[in-house]
Design a protein around this ligand. Structure first.
Ligand SMILES: [Fe+2]
Length: 583
């Protein structure tokens, strides 16, 4: 038996994953325990949880893999530095970051005092870990593989080919050229300053028209070999010491764009300023530019490896709008995106890379993302039996009932159909950024006012951001213009035109929906709930948003209950228990 622990550390979305003989036992992001979104630093609690859940100690782990290789591409970095003469602080920061990663053994000793780990340490280059996380966890026996992100180990993209247990890396895009950096720069320019705000620009894009493509093509220049270069005049990250923060807390990313971008596109928007048509058009143009460059790279990859399947990873792998178009915009016919496409996924990728480098058999496909904290019936019952919990629920006038599953699904389907907001907490927590029916808030997709109800009662998020549907797998071709498995909500499909008016709450302004496909084999109870809703309404889907309120997704039943009590959620399902607020 071989245990490999994978870690993403000293970067945003710190995470840990544990695999045994190639089988994924558990995978979880540190943010869920620390309760700070995208938490960056050393994932001590995630590691501790993975070990405890598997019933092993740190001493039992044979190999520890981290998704970074300090000193990778040293000569490339030296050559770049000599040519560009960047700010000395920039060099200091990079050196410090490298030293932190190299001090991994020390970090483990601090986090697990008294332990004497015997594991061999492996440093897996950042993009090799991304590629491994996508290919080895995929269901494909062979596939082209691509990774696109901001930066990691001096590169921003990589591609290659996987077959059986082999995964070859064919090429990379080097610092400072980066599609992720481009998207981040536009995101910041449009007045969204926080780490991870890029998805807001993706959500905003359909409100605009691609009127600024000429300018975008000046910023990102496609090359004949399938790669691309940035015009560095519009950026600051190449030469300046941007204030980054990657340790012990919320990640902070310095402003990427330069004054030249304002000369090209007009004045930048400050966060408090209203969003105007001009901003919508820039968002749409940037998304279109991203897609143009991404599909250009995929086209070159397919020429090199003319296979049907492609696996996608890296922070830009979360661009579900682009992912959803791959089968129509490129020759690839099958797309698979791992649940944690971003840097958290590098923890899993590093572990899978090491397992296969050791000669291990091909790992089993990741069929579901339910790889995190467990919450069995006893744990939920224990929370509900606590005196303070009872008192809080009684004071709020709530009823608590324990129901058999069929009855529970019936009542919840009815509540959703009445326009109520339901917190749905069941089984193991999801790995990756999406709630997939285990830590979800559910609503009626048929109601045009559902978005307002959710924002009013719980979410308070930007009105332009869409909500997503969880759809019975077999119903996808009836409701969407494309068909396929999208178990991790990583692709956006066009909704059939005649169906759009039936499900306004999950139809984005351009007629698209970021679907999650739900099958009975992989997600029995959630499937049966949606089936109960379909039987009542003829609509085989529910609106699904993450179970949280401006915080990381809830992890424990206590946190779910706490979120229910401090918001105006109507119903909370905790395992077999149904809790209702008075109307
Ligand atoms: Fe990355």
């Amino acid at each position: 038996m071989t245990l490999v622990l994978g870690i993403n550390a000293f970067h945003a979305d710190a995470a840990a994953a544990l695999i045994r003989d190639g089988e994924i036992l558990g995978a979880v992001e540190e943010e869920r325990f620390r309760r700070i979104k995208h938490w960056a630093g050393f994932p001590a609690q995630a590691i501790a949880w993975c070990l405890a859940d598997a019933g092993v100690r740190l001493e039992d782990v044979d190999h520890i893999a981290i998704n970074s290789l300090p000193g990778a591409h040293r000569w490339r970095k030296v050559a770049y530095t000599l040519a560009r003469r960047p700010d000395p602080r920039f060099l200091w920061r990079r050196w410090r970051n490298k030293r932190e990663r190299a001090g991994l053994a020390q970090q483990l000793a601090t986090a697990f005092p008294g332990s004497t780990p015997k594991a061999q340490l492996h440093f897996v280059e950042h993009h090799r870990a991304h590629l491994a996380s996508a290919y080895y966890a995929s269901p494909f026996p062979r596939a082209a593989v691509i990774s696109v992100d901001g930066f990691g180990d001096f590169a921003s993209g990589a591609w290659g080919y996987g077959e059986g247990t082999d995964l070859q890396l064919d090429g990379q895009i080097w610092f400072p050229h980066s599609l992720g950096a481009f998207y981040t720069a536009i995101t910041q320019y449009l007045g969204f300053p926080h780490y991870g705000d890029e998805y807001k620009v993706m959500g905003l894009a359909p409100y605009g028209r691609p009127t600024r493509m000429e300018e975008m093509r000046r910023i990102v220049r496609l090359r004949n070999d399938g790669t691309y270069r940035l015009d560095l005049r519009y950026f600051r990250h190449a030469t300046e010491d941007l204030p980054h923060q990657w340790s012990q807390g919320t990640p902070v990313v310095g402003s990427h764009w330069s004054g030249a971008l304002e000369q090209l596109l007009g004045p930048a928007r400050r966060p408090e300023e209203p969003l105007e048509q001009r901003h919508h058009d820039i968002a749409r143009s940037a998304q279109a530019m991203y897609e143009e460059a991404f599909f250009h790279l995929l086209g070159a990859l397919h020429r090199r490896h003319p296979v049907d399947a492609v696996c996608i990873a890296g922070g830009c792998g979360a661009n579900s709008v682009a992912n959803g178009k791959v089968t129509v915009a490129t020759p690839f016919r099958q797309v698979w995106v791992q649940a944690a496409a971003g840097d958290a996924g590098g923890a899993l990728g590093a572990a899978l890379a090491v397992w296969h480098e050791l000669g291990g058999a091909r790992s089993a496909p990741m069929r579901t993302a339910y790889l995190g904290s467990r919450s069995d019936g006893d744990a939920v019952a224990a929370v509900l039996e606590r005196e303070d919990t009872r008192r809080q629920l009684v004071e709020a006038g709530c009823t608590i009932r324990t129901l058999p599953e069929a009855r529970l699904c019936e009542e919840v389907a009815q509540a959703i159909g009445e326009g109520l907001v339901v917190g749905w907490f069941d089984g193991r927590m999801e790995w990756g950024p999406r709630a997939l029916g285990h830590r979800s808030i559910l609503g009626d997709p048929r109601r045009a006012d559902m978005k307002d109800i959710l924002n009013h009662k719980i979410k308070r998020r930007e009105s332009f951001r869409p909500f997503a549907p969880s759809v019975l797998r077999e119903a996808v071709p009836d409701w969407f213009e494309r068909d396929g498995d999208v178990p991790f909500m990583m692709q956006v499909y066009p909704i059939r035109e005649e169906k759009r008016s039936l499900i306004p709450a999950v139809t984005h302004v351009d007629g698209s929906g970021r679907l999650q496909t739900v099958s009975e084999a992989d997600n029995g109870r959630y499937y049966r709930l949606i089936s109960a809703f379909a039987a009542r309404t003829g609509v085989p889907m529910v609106l699904n948003t993450s179970f949280n309120e401006n915080e990381p997704i809830v992890c424990t039943p206590e946190q779910a209950l706490d979120c229910f009590l401090r918001t105006r959620m109507d119903v909370l399902v905790l395992g077999d228990h149904l809790i209702r607020r008075p109307a």
